[in-house]
Ligand binder design. Structure first.
Ligand SMILES: [Zn+2]
Ligand SMILES: [Zn+2]
Length: 393
């Protein structure tokens, strides 16, 4: 496996950074210690520019290659590499020596590993500068539902650093360490938020005929909404609707006046996304009317589809193959219905998002999950080879 030698030599350092981040998890945009740690390291590595506070707590490092551009007068290409920094509101269930020191928070999605690997790549690239052009390392906050990637793009990340292409990476439990997986087109889903507020007529549990029972109305809605995926979406397309919150009532002899449902709608194409939004609205309105209740649906389009661009995907797969061998890169991984706000960066610039094997670990967002430090040389080598290849003289 041609792991870059210098990267292999940095393994212990990167592992130590990763474990330090793991022990100090922070949520959403409140990643102040993490962002500070990242920025201080980027400065120490000798990045040409380190900018903080983009997308509130995002950090960007700029590293200029020392080689001349391929053609005299040609503009220098700029490649962006992105990692995420935030953790999750989960109580860590492990006895690791570097276990979370913060009650109720943990790095259960491996963003500690992503940030550490990109720091390792930044250190190598700033040391060697064996490329023509500019590498921009992007550390974003609030991937877990806060839209930190969107915030950075909205604040002009791409224009300010003149980024031409952008690449992302996520660890993947169940995929062996030393393997990569990617696909062109939709790789992860669009994720929209559903909130349904139902208003009926509360009353005595023994007198339902003079009430409008919001528990019954809500239960019917949960059922009817499932018919959308079963009976409206093309069976060969992908869709998920999960109602995950049902709040109503507080005792056993009162029909509650109101009920609240919340959930998520996932899709891989604009057509299915439109269909879900339209049909959920129809089902909510129709069901409420059927029972004489009122219902207010708030359908919030959140993260878009993570759509890999064809040329950059082929390029990313070729770089991964150079690191681990062609037979260890799955270039046709099935899409997953999880969502990623790297999608906002892929809407702004061409690029690709790749999965790197995390081995036989607990799943993402599980209290016993841990990023696999054996993946560090692989992910870091991928980053540095990607820059040296994309920006070869
Ligand atoms: Zn996550
Ligand atoms: Zn994640």
């Amino acid at each position: 496996m041609p792991i870059v030698n210098r990267v292999a030599a940095m393994h212990d350092d990167i592992k130590a950074w990763r474990r330090d981040l793991h022990a100090h998890p922070e949520l959403l945009f409140d990643v102040h210690r993490t962002a500070w740690t990242v920025a201080e390291k980027l400065k120490a590595f000798g990045c040409d520019e380190v900018v903080t506070g983009i997308g509130r707590t995002g950090v960007v490092g700029v590293i200029q290659g020392s080689k001349a551009a391929p053609a005299a007068g040609a503009s220098r290409k700029v490649v962006g590499l992105r990692a995420d920094m935030d953790a999750l509101p989960i109580e860590e269930a492990s006895d690791l020596p570097y276990k979370s020191t913060v009650p109720g928070k943990m790095h259960a999605c491996g963003h500690d590993g992503h940030s550490a690997m990109l720091l390792g790549a930044a250190r190598y690239l700033a040391e060697t500068r064996n490329f023509a052009g500019t590498a921009v390392v992007i550390f974003q906050p609030a991937e877990e539902g806060g839209g930190g990637g969107r915030a950075m793009v909205q604040e002009g990340l791409m224009e300010r650093f003149r980024i031409d292409e952008v690449y992302g990476m996520h660890n993947y439990p169940g995929l062996a360490v030393g393997q990569f997986a990617i696909r062109p087109g939709p790789q992860m889903a669009a994720a929209d938020r559903i909130t349904i507020e139902i208003e009926g007529k509360g009353g005595h549990a023994a007198r339902p005929h003079v009430s409008v029972d919001t528990v019954l109305v809500g239960a019917q809605m949960v059922n009817q909404i499932q018919s959308i995926v079963a009976r409206n979406v093309d069976p060969l397309a992908a869709a998920v609707v999960s109602i995950c919150t049902f709040q109503a009532g507080s005792t056993d002899n009162v029909i509650p006046q109101t009920a609240l449902l919340r959930g998520t709608a996932r899709s891989l194409t604009p057509q299915v996304r439109d269909l879900l939004e339209r049909r959920i609205a129809e089902v909510v309105e129709g069901t409420a009317r059927l029972y004489g209740a009122k219902a207010k649906l708030t359908y919030k389009r959140d993260y878009p589809v993570t759509r890999n661009h064809e040329t950059q995907t082929a390029f990313a797969a070729a770089v991964a193959a150079e690191v681990v061998g062609r037979e260890r890169v799955d270039t046709d991984v099935p899409p997953v219905m999880g969502a990623e706000d790297f999608s906002f960066m892929l809407e702004a610039r061409p690029g690709a998002f790749i999965f790197v094997g995390n081995g036989d670990s607990a799943g993402l967002h599980h209290p016993a999950y841990d990023f696999n430090d054996e993946a560090i040389p692989i992910g870091t080598s991928y980053w540095v080879r990607l820059v040296e290849t994309a920006l070869a003289a």
